[in-house]
Design a protein around this ligand. Structure first.
Ligand code: FMN
Ligand code: ATP
Length: 142
Protein backbone atom coordinates (compact mmCIF):
# COMPACT_ATOMS: atom_id res chain seq x y z
CA UNK A 1 0.00 0.00 0.00
CA UNK A 2 1.78 3.16 -1.23
CA UNK A 3 0.47 6.28 0.56
CA UNK A 4 0.62 9.63 -1.20
CA UNK A 5 0.27 13.16 0.23
CA UNK A 6 -0.87 16.20 -1.75
CA UNK A 7 -1.54 19.59 -0.15
CA UNK A 8 -2.74 23.09 -0.87
CA UNK A 9 -5.34 25.75 -0.16
CA UNK A 10 -8.13 24.51 -2.50
CA UNK A 11 -10.29 27.62 -2.14
CA UNK A 12 -13.11 27.21 -4.72
CA UNK A 13 -12.37 23.99 -6.59
CA UNK A 14 -11.61 23.96 -10.33
CA UNK A 15 -10.31 21.45 -12.93
CA UNK A 16 -6.65 22.36 -12.18
CA UNK A 17 -7.16 21.03 -8.64
CA UNK A 18 -8.78 17.83 -9.99
CA UNK A 19 -5.81 17.37 -12.34
CA UNK A 20 -3.25 17.84 -9.51
CA UNK A 21 -5.05 15.40 -7.22
CA UNK A 22 -5.53 12.82 -10.01
CA UNK A 23 -1.83 13.11 -10.87
CA UNK A 24 -0.92 12.61 -7.20
CA UNK A 25 -3.35 9.67 -6.81
CA UNK A 26 -1.74 7.94 -9.82
CA UNK A 27 1.59 7.89 -7.94
CA UNK A 28 0.32 5.46 -5.30
CA UNK A 29 -2.63 3.53 -3.85
CA UNK A 30 -4.06 5.85 -1.19
CA UNK A 31 -4.26 9.65 -1.52
CA UNK A 32 -4.25 11.85 1.59
CA UNK A 33 -4.71 15.59 1.09
CA UNK A 34 -3.62 18.20 3.66
CA UNK A 35 -5.65 21.39 3.52
CA UNK A 36 -3.70 24.55 4.45
CA UNK A 37 -5.10 26.43 7.44
CA UNK A 38 -6.39 29.84 6.37
CA UNK A 39 -4.17 31.52 8.96
CA UNK A 40 -1.10 29.96 7.28
CA UNK A 41 -1.95 31.17 3.77
CA UNK A 42 0.24 34.27 3.77
CA UNK A 43 1.68 34.22 0.22
CA UNK A 44 -1.63 35.31 -1.37
CA UNK A 45 -5.00 36.72 -0.21
CA UNK A 46 -6.68 34.67 2.53
CA UNK A 47 -9.08 31.99 1.34
CA UNK A 48 -12.76 32.94 1.04
CA UNK A 49 -13.99 29.60 2.35
CA UNK A 50 -13.60 28.22 5.86
CA UNK A 51 -10.96 25.53 6.48
CA UNK A 52 -13.64 22.88 7.11
CA UNK A 53 -15.57 23.66 3.92
CA UNK A 54 -12.39 23.42 1.82
CA UNK A 55 -11.53 20.08 3.50
CA UNK A 56 -15.04 18.66 2.97
CA UNK A 57 -15.12 19.55 -0.73
CA UNK A 58 -11.70 17.96 -1.36
CA UNK A 59 -12.81 14.88 0.62
CA UNK A 60 -15.82 14.53 -1.71
CA UNK A 61 -13.61 14.02 -4.81
CA UNK A 62 -13.40 10.41 -6.07
CA UNK A 63 -9.62 10.33 -6.29
CA UNK A 64 -9.20 11.41 -2.65
CA UNK A 65 -9.14 8.80 0.13
CA UNK A 66 -8.83 11.22 3.06
CA UNK A 67 -8.66 15.00 3.44
CA UNK A 68 -7.08 16.37 6.63
CA UNK A 69 -7.01 19.88 8.04
CA UNK A 70 -3.40 20.99 8.23
CA UNK A 71 -1.63 21.62 11.51
CA UNK A 72 -1.61 25.22 12.72
CA UNK A 73 2.11 25.40 13.64
CA UNK A 74 4.07 22.41 12.39
CA UNK A 75 3.54 21.05 8.87
CA UNK A 76 5.39 17.83 9.78
CA UNK A 77 2.83 16.68 12.37
CA UNK A 78 0.22 15.46 9.81
CA UNK A 79 3.03 13.95 7.71
CA UNK A 80 4.23 11.91 10.67
CA UNK A 81 0.66 10.75 11.34
CA UNK A 82 -0.03 9.75 7.73
CA UNK A 83 3.44 8.24 7.18
CA UNK A 84 3.48 8.69 3.37
CA UNK A 85 5.72 7.03 0.78
CA UNK A 86 5.63 10.11 -1.43
CA UNK A 87 4.74 13.80 -1.07
CA UNK A 88 3.60 15.33 -4.36
CA UNK A 89 4.07 19.09 -4.70
CA UNK A 90 1.93 21.11 -7.08
CA UNK A 91 3.58 22.14 -10.35
CA UNK A 92 3.74 25.81 -9.30
CA UNK A 93 4.18 25.52 -5.53
CA UNK A 94 6.99 27.65 -4.17
CA UNK A 95 8.27 24.96 -1.79
CA UNK A 96 11.87 23.88 -2.29
CA UNK A 97 12.06 20.11 -2.90
CA UNK A 98 15.57 19.74 -1.47
CA UNK A 99 14.61 21.74 1.63
CA UNK A 100 11.62 19.47 2.26
CA UNK A 101 13.73 16.33 1.68
CA UNK A 102 16.31 17.58 4.19
CA UNK A 103 13.62 18.38 6.79
CA UNK A 104 12.08 14.91 6.32
CA UNK A 105 15.46 13.25 6.75
CA UNK A 106 16.13 15.31 9.89
CA UNK A 107 12.92 13.86 11.35
CA UNK A 108 13.71 10.30 10.21
CA UNK A 109 10.78 10.26 7.77
CA UNK A 110 11.65 8.06 4.79
CA UNK A 111 9.62 9.54 1.94
CA UNK A 112 10.11 10.66 -1.67
CA UNK A 113 9.24 14.16 -2.90
CA UNK A 114 7.78 14.49 -6.41
CA UNK A 115 6.12 17.21 -8.50
CA UNK A 116 2.78 17.08 -10.31
CA UNK A 117 2.33 18.23 -13.90
CA UNK A 118 0.46 21.38 -14.94
CA UNK A 119 -2.87 21.36 -16.76
CA UNK A 120 -3.55 23.95 -19.46
CA UNK A 121 -7.09 25.24 -20.16
CA UNK A 122 -9.09 23.08 -22.61
CA UNK A 123 -10.82 26.14 -24.06
CA UNK A 124 -10.27 29.93 -24.05
CA UNK A 125 -12.47 30.81 -21.11
CA UNK A 126 -11.71 27.89 -18.79
CA UNK A 127 -10.59 29.32 -15.43
CA UNK A 128 -7.92 27.22 -13.67
CA UNK A 129 -7.23 29.49 -10.72
CA UNK A 130 -9.27 30.19 -7.59
CA UNK A 131 -7.95 33.76 -7.65
CA UNK A 132 -9.15 34.27 -11.25
CA UNK A 133 -12.60 32.84 -10.40
CA UNK A 134 -12.88 35.31 -7.51
CA UNK A 135 -11.80 38.19 -9.80
CA UNK A 136 -14.47 37.13 -12.32
CA UNK A 137 -17.14 37.12 -9.60
CA UNK A 138 -16.11 40.61 -8.50
CA UNK A 139 -16.10 41.90 -12.12
CA UNK A 140 -19.50 40.45 -12.97
CA UNK A 141 -21.47 40.69 -9.72
CA UNK A 142 -20.18 43.72 -7.83
C1 FMN B 1 4.54 18.80 2.72
C2 FMN B 1 3.68 19.96 3.11
C3 FMN B 1 2.84 19.86 4.20
C4 FMN B 1 2.05 20.95 4.58
N1 FMN B 1 1.29 20.85 5.70
C5 FMN B 1 0.58 21.95 6.11
C6 FMN B 1 -0.15 21.91 7.35
O1 FMN B 1 -0.13 20.95 8.10
N2 FMN B 1 -0.83 23.04 7.69
C7 FMN B 1 -0.85 24.16 6.91
O2 FMN B 1 -1.53 25.11 7.28
N3 FMN B 1 -0.16 24.22 5.74
C8 FMN B 1 0.56 23.14 5.35
N4 FMN B 1 1.30 23.22 4.19
C9 FMN B 1 1.29 24.46 3.39
C10 FMN B 1 0.14 24.53 2.38
O3 FMN B 1 -0.51 23.32 2.13
C11 FMN B 1 0.49 25.04 1.01
O4 FMN B 1 1.67 24.47 0.59
C12 FMN B 1 0.67 26.51 0.89
O5 FMN B 1 -0.30 27.23 1.55
C13 FMN B 1 0.61 26.85 -0.63
O6 FMN B 1 -0.66 26.54 -1.09
P1 FMN B 1 -1.19 26.81 -2.57
O7 FMN B 1 -0.43 25.94 -3.50
O8 FMN B 1 -2.60 26.43 -2.46
O9 FMN B 1 -0.97 28.27 -2.88
C14 FMN B 1 2.10 22.14 3.81
C15 FMN B 1 2.95 22.23 2.72
C16 FMN B 1 3.76 21.17 2.37
C17 FMN B 1 4.66 21.29 1.19
N1 ATP C 1 -4.00 24.40 -13.73
C1 ATP C 1 -3.44 23.62 -12.80
N2 ATP C 1 -2.74 22.53 -13.17
C2 ATP C 1 -2.16 21.72 -12.25
N3 ATP C 1 -2.21 21.94 -10.91
C3 ATP C 1 -2.91 23.01 -10.49
C4 ATP C 1 -3.55 23.91 -11.39
N4 ATP C 1 -4.15 24.89 -10.66
C5 ATP C 1 -3.87 24.61 -9.35
N5 ATP C 1 -3.14 23.48 -9.25
C6 ATP C 1 -2.57 22.89 -8.04
O1 ATP C 1 -3.56 22.75 -7.03
C7 ATP C 1 -2.94 22.95 -5.75
C8 ATP C 1 -3.72 23.91 -4.92
O2 ATP C 1 -3.75 25.08 -5.65
P1 ATP C 1 -4.25 26.44 -5.06
O3 ATP C 1 -5.19 26.18 -3.95
O4 ATP C 1 -3.09 27.36 -4.86
O5 ATP C 1 -5.15 26.90 -6.30
P2 ATP C 1 -4.99 28.05 -7.32
O6 ATP C 1 -6.22 28.03 -8.10
O7 ATP C 1 -3.67 27.92 -8.06
O8 ATP C 1 -4.97 29.34 -6.35
P3 ATP C 1 -4.77 30.89 -6.69
O9 ATP C 1 -5.48 31.17 -7.97
O10 ATP C 1 -5.39 31.54 -5.50
O11 ATP C 1 -3.28 31.07 -6.77
C9 ATP C 1 -1.52 23.47 -6.01
O12 ATP C 1 -0.63 22.39 -5.82
C10 ATP C 1 -1.52 23.83 -7.46
O13 ATP C 1 -0.24 23.59 -8.07
Amino acid sequence: MRRVIAQGTFDILHPGHVHYLSDAAAMGDELHVIIARGENVTHKPSPILDDRQRRDMVAALDVVDEAHLGHADDIFVPIEEISPDVIVLGYDQHHDEDGIKAALEARDIDCEVARATPREPDYDDELLSSGRIIERIVERRC
